[in-house]
Design a protein around this ligand. Structure first.
Ligand code: GLU
Length: 498
């Protein structure tokens, strides 16, 4: 049977690292076995779902560049793929369970317990877990005669539909990753609501009905959903359906061992995007959260990952999200870009910082192309580019004397060093780094300075900062005349301060 997997987000928040990891594993699995990857929008919680989050979902995955084969926007044979467009199906299936004696009408006007059962996200999953072990609904209406209950429901009396959890026995399943998990039915959340009094389905009903009707073969989702699994298995049994194979993915934790959250740093994909992470770096790193691919290797393209992905290589232990490692990945991916690609990537950041126009002029584009090699080895994020390249696109302020002083030189000594540096600059080819360095080193020795004493004031004068891309290359890109002009102005400031 061809594998069919789904990513089933509730659009109640921004796409974050954990949700992308779930989507990615499903995608990689589908690709690795020639199966189908489906997006299903679980928007049954009308108060918490929002169009802005749906838009964020589409934007995120368009940016990440791995996409579903079937979904609300691309269609497919099992649609509609948005749960709010499938309400009639859920009603029909809930009614069917009532007819089969597997579910019952409940007239207790306890919307709170209905709410608790509607585990639409991970927080609610935790609530459902509490429900599973705590004090759930006391099954008051379970004993109403079914014909009597039907008469009351048909006459318009407000009601919900609840699933009959067997009173004894056990319910279990074999998780692909975690092995056999089972619960005593007595410990399972007593009789969760499937259909609310307003006719809206709960997460459990919609999720099970859709997984079945959409032909889902494997469910890969976060471990937070394990407490929902017995309810779902009981529902599959009640319908007489085969459940999909379940695989609950390891948690993603922060360095302190707590579930990854905003406290640890950025978690929303948008934040990484704005900071200037490359999507390939993020995908590579997220794919490795709790899964291994090939020993001795860290860098994998999406195609590599899809080829190598195997559920056998998913770890049981939680994954720890390491921001430093992700930064390393990003640097690696930046280094792999061609100059043209890097320019394409940094241009929006240069535009946003006002250093180049929108669209950049031809001169700006060629300036960026010339500058790309200066920063390629050094950028951690694309958003570092404007600061690193500012001196090429804007005139830095002439630095005050104090800014230019090397550690052991006074103002007069610094003026002497800068004077020598400017003079020497006129005689060397700045694009030949090694020759420049040798000439500056020789001059420093001749004058009794250290190499840094000559370079530091020159660097501050030319780039406006103490930390810049390699100096001689920077001067070559800026133009030697421009550099000399800036250095002369700085020299005047030093001389005036003696
Ligand atoms: N809508 C649920 C979520 O937001 C889906 C959970 C599942 O995959 O069953 O994560």
């Amino acid at each position: 049977m061809k594998a069919r997997v789904r990513y089933a987000p509730s659009p109640t928040g921004l796409q974050h690292i954990g949700s992308v990891r779930t989507a990615l594993f499903n995608y990689l699995f589908a690709r690795s076995v020639g199966g189908t990857f489906i997006l299903r929008l679980e928007d049954t919680d009308r108060t918490r779902s929002s169009d802005a989050y749906v838009k964020n979902l589409y934007d995120t995955f368009r940016w990440l560049g791995f996409y579903w084969d079937e979904g609300p926007d691309v269609g497919g044979p099992a649609g509609p793929y948005t749960q709010s467009e499938r309400f009639a199906l859920y009603r029909e299936h809930a009614d069917r369970l009532v007819e089969m004696g597997k579910a019952y009408y409940c007239f207790c006007s306890d919307e709170k317990s209905a709410k608790k059962d509607d585990a639409v996200d991970e927080d609610d999953a935790a609530a459902a877990e509490q429900g599973a072990t705590g004090f759930g609904y006391p099954r008051t209406c379970r004993s109403i005669d079914p014909a009597e209950a039907k008469r009351r429901a048909d006459s318009g009396e407000p009601h919900v539909i609840r699933l009959k959890i067997p009173l004894d026995g056990v319910t279990g399943f074999d998780d692909i990753l975690l092995g056999h998990i089972e619960w005593k039915n007595a410990d399972v959340n007593p009789d969760p609501v499937l259909l609310k009094s307003d006719g809206f389905p709960t997460y459990h009903l919609a999720n099970v009905v859709d997984d079945h009707l959409m032909g889902i073969t494997h469910v890969m989702r976060a471990q937070e959903w394990i407490p929902s699994a017995p309810l779902h298995i009981i529902m599959y049994e009640a319908f007489g359906w085969d459940p999909p194979q379940l695989c609950h993915l390891p948690m993603v934790l922060g360095e302190d061992g707590h579930k990854l959250s905003k406290r640890h740093g950025a978690t929303a994909v948008d934040e990484f995007r704005k900071k200037g992470y490359l999507e390939a770096a993020l995908i590579n790193y997220v794919a490795m959260l709790g899964c291994s691919y090939e020993d001795g290797r860290d860098i994998f393209s999406l195609e590599d990952l899809a080829r190598l992905f195997s559920m056998d290589h998913i770890n049981k232990a939680p994954a720890v999200f390491d921001y430093v490692k992700l930064e390393w990945f990003n640097g690696q991916y930046i280094r792999m870009l061609s100059d043209e690609e890097l320019v394409g990537r940094i241009t929006p950041f240069m535009v946003a910082s006002g250093l180049v126009s929108e669209p950049p002029s031809a001169a700006q584009t060629s300036g960026l192309l010339a500058a790309a090699p200066l920063v390629k080895e050094r950028l951690k994020y694309l958003s570092d580019a404007p600061e690193a390249l500012r001196f090429l696109f804007a005139e830095p302020a002439v630095p005050p004397a104090a800014e230019m002083l090397p550690k052991k030189l006074d103002v007069a000594g610094t003026a002497k060093a800068l004077d020598a540096a400017v003079e020497l600059l006129g005689t060397v080819d700045p694009s030949d780094h090694d020759a420049c360095e040798a000439a500056f080193r020789a001059k420093a020795t001749e004058l009794g300075f250290k190499l840094g004493d000559l370079l530091m004031p020159l660097r501050v004068a030319v780039t406006g900062t103490k930390v810049s891309p390699p100096l001689f290359q920077s001067i070559a890109v800026l133009g030697r005349d421009k550099a000399v002009e800036r250095a002369r102005k700085a020299l005047a400031v030093l001389r005036a301060a003696i």
